[in-house]
Design a binder for this molecule. Structure first.
Ligand code: ADP
Ligand code: MG
Length: 318
């Protein structure tokens, strides 16, 4: 099977919202009047972001999910995406599984595949997503203000715990491993929450490299600091009660990575609106701290005493 048959078979579908999809030199998008295009790319490299033997369907899901998560963080509605794919060989079983996982998530979010590039090479998946957001309403990293509450959606740390188990660094009961592995391999982009937080959150970002490290980006962009109550860490971790080592639990939760949850801030007078956004989007949200004028990140325990441990966040070049 050649390049063009492969594209036609696995990656060409009729478009409804875009003006032109796969098949010409460019795709054409038709953003509605009064909207800004939100654009983001994420690349997944074998051995770096996923294991070579990961199920292709899960990989297709994750490749798009991590991109949709960026749109969610900006409060943008998904419109379309492009797929740049390097494949070592044409493996039709792999392509069928990969495109199934990819396009199922795309359909669930009304996000159309409109183009891309296909080449031979070490397995590498790069997706660019396009979303739309009303002019001036995108959620940015720079809007946090002293006195704002700090929130996180869903749970944190499960994906990292799965990674630790798959690398043989810790042992988990089979049921627990299955649950956390699902979170590692099939993350849920919080698109509905991001949309519901427009006009409510003062800043937002998605947590992909670990909460503390990612949060530092919001703090820096906003010129503020934060205090986090680490006693909330256990509650943030779905499998927390099943993990014996509290230090591992805290590490995974605060600095794990691959969570694809939203971290966001909102003024205290928006608490009811945040709760309503969580309910409307059927996404659990937890308040974990406060934004402060003093820069830097202060971790405290349940009694407000300082916790002096340093939790390094994941850095590809660290
Ligand atoms: P060009 O050489 O003009 O860049 P290509 O021959 O690479 O175009 O691709 C032909 C068409 O197929 C283009 O419309 C391109 O967007 C689309 N395409 C290529 N690879 C993919 C892919 N993996 N998924 C979706 N569309 C693709
Ligand atoms: Mg090309």
């Amino acid at each position: 099977m050649g390049e063009f048959d492969l594209i036609a078979r696995y990656f060409t579908r009729p478009v409804r919202r875009a003006a032109l999809g796969v098949g010409d030199d460019c795709a054409l998008l038709a953003p509605a009047a009064g909207m800004q295009l939100a654009v983001s790319s994420d690349m997944l490299v074998e051995g770096r972001h996923f294991f070579a033997d990961v199920a292709p369907e899960a990989l297709g899901h994750k490749a798009l999910a991590v991109n949709l998560s960026d749109l969610a963080a900006c409060g943008a509605r998904p419109l379309a995406f492009t797929l740049a794919l390097a494949l070592p060989r044409v493996d039709e079983a792999w392509l069928a599984g990969f495109s199934r996982g990819l396009l199922a998530l795309a359909d669930a979010h009304g996000c159309e595949l409109v183009g891309g590039d296909t080449t031979q090479g070490p397995l590498n998946i790069c997706i660019t997503v396009f979303g739309e957001v009303p002019v001036g309403q995108a959620l940015l990293r720079s809007g946090a203000r002293a006195g704002d509450d700090l929130y996180v959606s869903g749970t944190l740390g499960d994906a990292r715990l799965a990674l630790e188990a798959l690398l043989g660094h810790t042992a988990l009961a089979p049921g627990v491993l299955a649950a956390v592995r699902q979170r590692l391999e099939r993350p849920t982009p919080r698109v509905a929450l991001g949309l519901a937080l427009r006009g409510v959150a003062s800043s937002a970002m998605d947590v992909s490299d670990g909460l503390l490290g990612d949060l530092s980006h919001i703090l820096k962009a906003s010129g503020v600091g934060a205090r986090i109550d680490t006693s909330l860490a256990g509650a943030l971790m779905a499998q927390g009660s099943a993990v014996a080592d509290p230090e591992l639990l805290r590490q995974c939760t605060l600095a794990g990575g691959d969570d694809y949850e939203l971290a966001f801030t909102a003024p205290p007078l928006q608490r009811a609106a945040v709760a309503a956004a969580a309910q409307a989007s059927q996404t659990p949200v937890a308040r974990i701290g406060t934004i402060e004028a003093e820069t830097g990140l202060r971790l405290v325990d349940g009694q407000g005493r300082p916790v002096d441990q340093r939790y390094a966040s994941f850095d590809h070049f660290g």
